[in-house]
Structure formats: C-alpha cells, structure tokens
Design a protein. Sequence first.
Lengths: 304, 496
Amino acid sequence: MSWLGKLTQGLAKSTKRLADNITGLATGTLPLDDERLDEIEEALIAADLGPAVAGRIRERLADQKFAKGIDEAGIRTVVAEEVEKVLAPVALPLAITRRPQVVLVVGVNGSGKTTTIAKLARLFKADGKSVMLAAGDTFRAAAIAQLKIWADRVGVPIISGEQGGDAAGLAFDAVKRAMDEGIDVLIIDTAGRLQNKAGLMDELAKMKRVIGKLDPSAPHDVLLVLDATTGQNALSQIEVFSQVAGVTGLVMTKLDGSARGGMLVAAAEKYRLPIHAIGVGEGMDDLQPFDAGEFARALAGAED
Amino acid sequence: MFDSLSEQLGGIFERLRGRGALTEIDVRAAMREVRVALLEADVALAVVKDFIENATQRAIGAEVIKSVTPGQQVVKIVNDCLVELLGGEEEPIPLKIAVTPPAVVMMVGLQGSGKTTSSAKLASWLSTRERKKVMMASLDVARPAAQEQLRVLGEQTGIATLPIIAGQTPVQIAERARQSAKLQGFDVVVLDTAGRLGVDEALMAEMAAIASATTPDEILLVVDSLTGQDAVNVAAAFKERVALTGVILTRMDGDARGGAALSMRSVTGAPIRFAGVGEKLDALELFDARRVAGRILGMGDIVGLVEKAAANFEADQAEKMAEKLAKGQFDMDDLRQQLAQMKKMGGLSGLAAMMPGMGAAKKAMDSGAVNPKMLDRMEAIILSMTMKERTKPEILTAKRKIRIANGSGTTVQDVNKVLKMHQEMANVMKRLKKMGGMKGMMKMLAGMGGGMPGPEGAAPGGEGPGGAIDLGAVGRMFGRPGMGSLPPGFNKFGRK
C-alpha cells in the first residue's frame, strides 16, 4: 500500500466525519452560511487543529463570500486549500548536506523516537549514505537493546553504552567515531522526557552542548518527534524543546491510527518549523516525506 | 493562554455584577468561554457538547454568591460537574483481584501510551500496598526488546516475570503465564500487551483473542494524558473489542491539561483507577478527580476564589448575626434577610422538606394553611418601609402603616402581622442574650446550617448560620408553644 493510501486510510475517519457533517445538510449547492461554517469548524477541532486555528480557518472561509453557494466537494477543496496554505511553507525534507551530519532526535516518552530513527536510517541508507546510530536513551529499560535490534535489521553500525550510563559522554564518543570513520549521517537517540521536567531538560541541553564540542555546528538537526494522538500539548512540547535543544524540524508519528494530527496545522502557524516526515506504520518503510497538499486534502477529505 | 482565558471571562462579566440567580443569558455567555477552555484542554468535541449542555441546565437559576461574578460562579458549577463526571464523589472501586488465584489483569492501549511502565508500577503497587504475590508477563512480540524491557523492570521492582520463550504467540504466552502463575501460587498475573492502533484489525482481533483465552478479571486501558481529540476514537475502539474495567492515565506529571480523562470516562464509562505521575516505578497514584477537574478547566484560581467567597460569606453572616444576637438587636432588615434566605432555599416547602422534624409544617403548607406566597408579601412589606422604620419599627404610626400597606399591595393587618412576628423574634433574641454563651450556641447552629452541602457548594446563600433554619432551630430549642418549627409568628401570618 502506498504511503498516501495508508495516510488516507488512517485519516478516513476524519474524512468521514467531515463528510457526514457536510452531507448531512448539503445536497446540492448552498451558500456557506453560519451553520455550515460552524460544522466545518467543529470538524477541524475534532481533528485536533485546536479552537483557535479552526476559528481562523472558519473566518477565512467566511471571508471568501461563496454567494452563489458551494457544494460538498467545493467545501472540502476550500478547507484543504486553507490548510495547505498554512502547511506548504513548512513542508521541507531533511536534506543531508555535510559530513558527518549529526541528527539529534528528541521528544516526550512514547512518541516513537526509536522507531523513527530506525526508519530514518533506512531511508538515508537507501539513499546511498553511510549511517551510524547512537543509543542515547540510557534511561528506559531495554531502550538500547531495542535500537540495537533495529540497527541490526537496517544494517548500520551502532554506538552504545550501559543502561544508566552518561548519555552526553556517549554522544560525544559517537560524534568522534562518526568523524573518524567518515560517516555521512549520525543519528543520536535520546531518552524520552516530558518538557516540564526541568532536570531532564537540563540534561538534554548538556547533551547538545557536548555534541557541539567536536564540531561547533553540531548537532545540525534537532528533530522533535510528535505523536499524532497528542492534542494541544504538542504546542507546549515544540515551545519548550525548542528553547532547550533548538529544535530544527518535526516528525509526526502514528498517523496510521485514527488520530488526524491536526495540531501540525496549529504548530505550523505558530512556530513555522519545518515538518520533515510523517510515520504511517510500524514497518521500516513507513516513514514518508511530508507533503502539505496531500496531508491537507486527506484531512479535509478532498478529492485529488 | 490560560491566564488570558480567565481574564477574558472576568472582562465579559464585569458588567454583570448583578445579584441573585444566574440567568440563562449569563450562563450561555460564560459557557462559550468554558467550551473553549475544555477544547484547549483536549476534551473531545462530542464530550464537550454534552457536558456543556448538562452544566448549562444545572447553572441556570443557581445563586451567585456575594463578591464573585456570575462568570466565576458558572466556572465553579462547571468544576463541580467535572468532578462529578470524573467520579469524584464515588468511592474508589478496588481492583477485582480477590478471586480464585491467579487474578488476571490485562493492560491494553496504543503504542507509546505507557503500558509496560504502568504494568510494572501496578504490579509493584499490588505487591507493596495490597501484599499480593504478583507476576508479570509481556505479550508484546511486536516491539523489539519489549519483553526484555519488562524483564528488566521486574528486576528493578523485585516482581517476578514470566521467562521469555522466543517464538511464542501472544495468546500462547498469556496461557503459559496464567498456568505458571497458578502452579507457582501467584495471586495476580499482570499481562502487558503490545501497543496497537484502534484501526489495526489484525492486532485488535489478537487482543480480543487474548482476552477470551485468559478471561481477565480486570482489563485496564492505558491512556496517555497528552492525548487529544482522538481519545474518543481510541476509547470506543478498545471498548468495542474487550470489556474494559478501568483506565490508567499516564504522564499526568506532564503539563498537559488532561482533557483525555473526561473523554475516556464518558466513552468507556469505566472508572479511572490510577494516574502515572513520574518515571520512577513507584510513581503511581490513585486517581484524584478533584485535582484533574481543576487542571482540565485551567481555572483553579477562580474555583478557589468562589469556594473562599462562599466560606467567607457564611462566616460573615454568622458573625454579624452572632453580634446582633449578642446585643439583643434584631431589626426589620434582619427579618427580611431571614425571609430572603428561606426563599433562596427553594421556598418554604423545599425548606421544610430538608429540615428534620418539620413534617408538621410541611403538612400545613401542603394543606394550604400556610401560603408559600406569603414570603414574597412579607418581603414586599419590609421593602416598603423606610430605612429608619426598619431599624426602629416602634415609630410606625397608623398613617405609616397605611402607606406601607399601599406600597406593598397588602393590608394594614398584614403589616401588623409582620410587625408582630418581628416582635416575637426580637423577644427570642433578647432571651437568648440573657442566657449568654452566644458564641458557643452560634457555633453549634453553624454546624447544623452547614450540614447541607449541595453539589453547588457555590450556592450556600441559604445555608449559612444566619439562615432561617437557625431561627427555627432557636424556636424549637425554647420549645415555645405556637412557635413550633417555624420562626415565631409565622403561623399567625399564614392564617387568613
């Protein structure tokens, strides 16, 4: 199944909901009155766009004066267009431009960092790059073992230490090894942490500083992994992780579920951080570049 | 964001500082803001809609306490509704583990919701708090090293784990776990399952198969408190396939407002049992509905304010009344206040029904001997008096009485009845004063008056110690004939 197929399947529920809301009263061509606008707004809120962004999109739709009326497909197209306008500027792939390019992967617990790293490694390797992993989650039980299994499956080397060891020291060693061995991409895993845990966030800041000791420009990318099922807290995650670790881009996981990941729209509007990729399944190939148009249309249930 | 929301509410109701009951317009306006607050807190839209409708019905007509705005009062009522919906007033239901051993506890949820950590925390809780012999088994053959993770957690907590045998299916592991727990005399076996998406048919079917193979005594849905609108879909998907008996909310130590709790509770109907509050393996707490409600609404300060105002109001009233009683003063305004309090409490019949030993008064009212409308008439009479007349009723001449009767649409006889009633009450007050020890008595009365906390602890207007109840109680205490359980002179007034 294509990634779009998976995404669309995953988003089918929201699509259906939007469709239900709209078809419920709109057979034929009707003006976009308050009642229909309300329903569109609610469908957007139910997709996690948040009341603020949903309200703004509603206003934009209201402004466009569909005096002659608009049918269901038309509404979807318009909604998709509005969402795409917000997302298009931030849909940027993760480009590998230097050697070694150091990628630090951060996020809250359970967002899917380790799996995302495996998928990224697979993508870069398929692209002909040499990839190395660093098992920087020295906190969670068996996190190192988990990444080792992935490294094995993908066929890339991994630097690891003991559980409970110093993650910053390990990251330093990994950067050194990557430089010595001429590796193209080094991806460093980190322990999941809630952004309101000051102590853990300090550790992350320290890890980032240590990585920069050998190469002041490193880490070149700091990816924040967001779980699509997360609600408005994602905004707080972006804000705090950006302050502490200087997030450069986002990856959203678990979009193959019933969650729509609508807070990406809110995030794009507020923080304008690049969205590099989305995870649409548990398989190694289920990480895909983020396409604003496809995402917006899937969210709105619009036809291509 | 949350601050501005509170401010917004404050701004909207600046103009509406009116007293009395909440009007539908006030309530609806405030609810618009509450709706946004709930959505910002990730409560699912469908749940928000139902909730707002119920809370609106409850709020319309509720009393606004002195010194808070109608908006604040609405927030307080919403908070109480939240606590109730989250199961705040219920006794926590213990896990059903007192069965023929081993009791089977199955953990289910999405990927990354925190099942494995929660399994270890729960096992540890059951072992240390409930003194149970617990075994854990990981049925997660999908995520690399998941079984290893649970084994390590078992070592850290000193909880036995089922030895890992590679190549077994989850159902096989589950059966082996139960068998082995039975043979080794474990009380409880905790089954940690793989994370799965509600839309993944194969994995959902597998979960149902595990449940039917092991017939768990508890099936707990583990949910990340950071979850957004999707919470309803997750809850519905899992509820459809297995009989959920409870919910564990994880990452409650984060800064999410945790609206998922409300969505979970509404959709599954299952109680929220525990909250995960940290990375350490003892960081598991019994779920506290009150705290979570405050967090979801994000207006803890307002709720606190209203509660404090309510408490102050009661204390104020009690103090003033105590002072007046101590001085033996009791003027017409005090009488009016008593009447107003009675009215607030739902009129005479409502009041009578609430009070013990007032069956006779209730009967009298029901039979029509005492007209509930008289409260309004009595109030009108007092309101038609000048301030001076109210404090010094003895200056009332026949001329003044006619004016008051005309002003209140009553007769001079009615005015006289009110005066007579006041006189009798004032006499009681004087006798009370002579007895001394007023403070102690007021305290006792306060205890009686405060013994009726409605769900709207926010509407205590009529419950204060200054309330009519207390005067009735005073009357009873003296056992004066003719006073019965009603304030003195009351019965006379009612008779035509």
